[in-house]
Design a protein around this ligand. Structure first.
Ligand code: NAD
Length: 474
């Protein structure tokens, strides 16, 4: 634990800065829509201005990252979120009507969204811009100030983001803190008014513990093993194409990537072959080196190698796509399909977070459902099927953070997004993000002409009769 202690000076600077930000917030606790829109405009302009350098930084951090992927996933998607927040925040800020139970009539109820104060945001490296700036946009739309800690594993991107934010914002509005796990530990111990953490389940637990000491509310966007089910009536050609993309995008380093596939036993061999074919089609010789993203570090590369070696040593059937024209020297890791693996293998125990894909056969839908239900609630679950009945059965009976029907990953960018159980708590994107970073204050409006006096002491027989009557009608 000693090496996870940031030096005292760093801790003091962060903590003093947070106090200063909280004082600035208290001086203007409910910034107008115009102030929030201006902050989001500045964020948008800053992102557009730094776009090329951010893409270059991401390419360097990953050793090789597809520029197209970085532009689409980290710049375009993030811009979309900033703009949606900017355009919708006036509507989201409005008081929301809520009904009161009839026995409280003629009172009225409203919910008033209010900024919480200063939000802390801890971000991972895999989509280093999107997963840092997306939550920031939501926090600003909700009228907060924010302090952000991006990942040390994508250091060039984190530094470029820090500079971008420092150029666009007063440090009392938004600040970026960079540093390693020692700084992250100290950061998560700060008394923020809300803390959003995106990262692994293991670190998420520590963050929740640290936040609990301050009673800081947390949103935990975590990971896990997201199952993908090839249904009994799935279109194998279509399914394999979509699953191939979901698994290999960003070199497999996507929190909602299919972690393993459940396939009807009779279809397993055909499906595996089609999946390998679909991956080869995505990465033909002339463009694979360009379009296929590398792993974030040598450590991550070695981890996947050892998972694969363990499966091989156990005699598991493996289809390796070693023939792809990619370059291990740029940490591009060849995809591999692992057929019918032993449940004890590391690849079936840990979140894979890379382009290895176990294919697990099942004999009945009930067995497949029991398999998923016996494991921690995943961040995502995908069902590929042409049967409405099969689709609805999976959607109604399985518990996961989010889900996709005949598609992987897209829900995480298009819809309110969050986990459940070990894959996280809370959600963001769109109004869910605004609400996450707001305190939704209930306000009870009592008209002066009301019946409340009927229950005030002194209690008479008449009042007792009214109270008894009330018990029948509530
Ligand atoms: P990680 O948990 O190792 O690190 C995430 C962040 O936490 C980094 O900024 C790091 O500096 C910080 N950190 C490290 N140790 C800490 C500590 N003890 N206390 C506080 N903060 C600490 O995760 P990662 O490797 O960056 O990302 C991969 C994981 O994140 C995967 O499990 C993946 O599924 C998950 N993920 C989830 C989502 C989501 O939206 N749910 C998105 C992306 C990644």
């Amino acid at each position: 634990m000693k090496d996870l202690e940031a030096d005292q000076a760093t801790v003091a600077v962060m903590s003093e800065h947070l106090s200063a930000m909280q004082s600035a917030h208290k001086a203007d606790p409910v910034p107008s829509a115009e102030v929030r829109i201006d902050r989001l405009r500045r964020l948008e302009r800053a992102l557009l201005g730094a776009k090329d350098e951010l893409i270059a930084a991401m390419q360097a951090d990953f050793c090789h990252r597809s520029a197209f992927e970085a532009d689409l996933a980290d710049i375009t998607m993030t811009l979309g979120e900033i703009r949606e927040n900017r355009k919708s925040l006036k509507r989201w800020m409005k008081p929301r009507r809520v009904g009161v139970p009839k026995h409280f009539l003629p009172a009225r109820g409203r919910v008033l969204p209010q900024p919480k104060g200063v939000a802390g945001i801890i971000a991972p490296w895999n989509y280093p811009v999107h997963l840092a700036i997306g939550p920031l946009a939501a926090a600003l739309a909700a009228g907060n100030r924010a302090m952000m800690k991006p990942s040390e594993l994508s250091p060039r991107t984190s530094d470029r983001m820090a500079r971008m934010i420092a150029e666009a914002f007063d440090p009392l509005e938004v600040t970026v803190v960079t540093g390693g796990p020692d700084v992250a530990v100290a950061f998560s111990a700060l008394p923020f008014d809300h803390l959003m953490f995106t990262g692994s389940t293991k670190v998420g637990r520590m963050v929740a513990e640290a936040a609990a000491r301050n009673l800081t509310p947390v949103t935990l966007e975590l990971g896990g093993k997201s199952p993908t089910i090839v249904g009994e009536s799935a279109d194998l050609a279509y399914s394999s194409q979509r699953i191939a993309l979901g698994k290999t995008a960003n070199g497999g380093q996507t929190c909602v990537a299919p972690d393993y596939v459940l396939v009807p036993r009779a279809l397993m061999a055909d499906f595996a072959e089609m999946l390998a074919g679909a991956m080869r089609k995505l990465y033909p010789a002339e463009s694979a080196g360009r379009d296929y993203t590398g792993l974030i570090s040598e450590r991550h590369f070695a981890r996947l190698q050892s998972m694969l070696a363990e499966a091989e040593d156990a005699g598991t059937q493996i289809i390796r796509l070693d023939d792809l024209a990619i370059d291990p020297a740029r940490r591009q890791f060849a995809p591999a399909l692992i057929l019918d693996p032993d449940p004890g293998l590391t690849v079936m125990q840990e979140e894979i977070f890379g382009p290895l894909l176990p294919i697990v056969p099942y004999d009945s839908r009930a067995e497949a459902m029991a398999y998923v239900a016996a494991r921690p609630a995943p961040l995502a679950l995908y069902i590929f099927t042409d049967s409405r009945e099969e689709r609805d059965a999976w959607m109604e009976k399985s518990l996961s953070g989010g889900a996709g029907v005949n598609e992987t990953c897209f829900h995480a960018a298009a819809l309110p997004f969050g986990g459940v159980g070990e894959s996280g708590m809370g959600a963001y994107r769109g109004q869910r993000g605004f609400d996450t970073f707001s305190h939704l204050k209930s306000v009870f409006y009592q008209p002066k002409r009301n019946g409340a006096f009927l229950f005030d002491p002194p209690i008479t027989d008449f009042k007792r009769r009214i109270a008894r009557m009330l018990q029948r009608i509530v």
